[in-house]
Design a protein around this ligand. Structure first.
Ligand code: PMP
Length: 351
């Protein structure tokens, strides 16, 4: 017997690389290429450091009220955490306590199986079809809970909202989490279904569409009852999560709706243009509704392209995993950055 026998052993999630240098085109972690709203800089400048003497508002009221206004919900329909990773981690702990396996796609956000392993939640994965679409029928079965990223990551593909609704309606006796980290880039949100289904939890983030990955804000939306369960677990774990600087920054970002619409529209326009360019270069991909494209080249291996791009200081994401190790996930940068990527690929593939 050694102390080692009593350790909770886990294989952790591997985040995308965060290189130290700024002198590169970073398209590997789906961050926004645009700065946050100018109202965010103003909120930072005006922040009174004396506020840090005290513990923060455990309910993050200023931020939650601004979210309620933005999404036309009540404050008690909203939970906030330190990025959607924190919200999802607490959601798994709160909602998935069945002996039956929870279910999610085989190709999806690779943190889901890590949380399931961490909490010893049994799980089963359901294979995407050959075009990387989620197969609705697979989620109409007995299970301990459902997690679906919509649009899915790293595929970028969207499942129609009618199909999401059918899954939620079928699984009314267990919780269905819809992870909408990328929904603001032209996909349809399940938020309007909250009123109708008490088993639905929709999770979103400030990290992508609001250009605030560094500040760490994520949120869950649902009926009061299901959100209250999440709050009970949070307050049994760590009451003081969001700090007052984060709360002020998040609220400021939400007040600048015009800026949010502008940067998300720019990313969507860039994505649609890059899709055409990549197709012409011999890439194929599921129709992305996100700020990235998950592409496979007809003849050149993904690993080779990944390394060739890296040698040019262009970072994209390569997953060394079965079924997807022939793909690259390319986050959308600015038009100027994407032009450099396309110019390099043209030379490399046709040269
Ligand atoms: N869900 C999905 C599908 C993601 O891709 C990410 C980003 N890695 C997250 C959740 C977590 O994002 P964050 O913690 O920055 O909100």
């Amino acid at each position: 017997m050694s102390f080692d026998d009593n350790i909770r052993k886990v294989v952790p999630y591997t985040p995308g690389e965060q290189p130290k240098s700024d002198d590169l085109i970073k398209l590997n972690t789906n961050e926004s290429p645009y700065p946050p709203s100018p109202l965010v800089s103003e909120a930072i400048r005006n922040f009174d450091a004396d506020k840090l003497r005290k513990y923060p508002d455990t309910n993050a009221t200023e931020l939650v009220d601004e979210l309620a206004r933005t999404y036309d919900l009540k404050s008690d329909n909203i939970f906030v955490g330190i990025g959607s990773d924190d919200v999802l981690a607490l959601a798994f702990l709160t909602y998935f306590n069945s002996d039956k396996p929870i279910i999610f796609p085989d190709i999806t956000y690779s943190f889901y199986d890590v949380w399931a392993d961490l909490y010893r939640i049994p799980y089963e994965t359901k294979a995407l079809d050959d075009d990387f679409n989620i197969v609705k029928q697979d989620y109409l079965c007995d299970n301990g809970g459902v997690v679906i990223a919509n649009p899915n990551a790293p595929t970028g593909a969207q499942m129609p909202l009618e199909d999401i609704e059918e899954i939620i309606a079928f699984n009314k006796d267990r919780v269905v989490i819809v992870d909408e980290a990328y929904v603001d880039f032209g996909a349809e949100s399940a938020i309007p279904l909250i009123d109708k289904y008490e088993n639905l939890v929709v999770v979103q983030t400030f990290s992508k569409s609001r250009a605030l990955a560094g500040i760490r804000i994520g949120m869950a939306f649902g009926q009061k009852k299901i959100i209250d369960y999440l709050k009970d677990v949070k307050f049994s774990f760590n009451s003081y999560t969001l700090n007052p600087v984060t709360i002020a920054i998040g609220a400021a970002a939400l007040r600048d709706d015009a800026y949010f619409k502008d940067i998300t529209a720019k990313t969507v326009a860039t994505r649609e243009r890059v899709k055409k360019e990549l197709k012409a270069l011999g890439f194929s991909f599921a129709d992305s509704k996100t700020n990235f494209i998950f592409a496979k080249h007809e003849s050149v291996k993904a690993k080779e392209l990944f390394e060739a791009l890296k040698a040019q200081n262009i970072y994209v994401r390569f997953f060394n995993k079965p079924r997807i190790d022939d793909h690259l996930r390319i986050s959308m940068g600015t038009d100027e950055q994407m032009d450099k990527v396309i110019t390099f690929l043209k030379g490399y593939l046709n040269g």
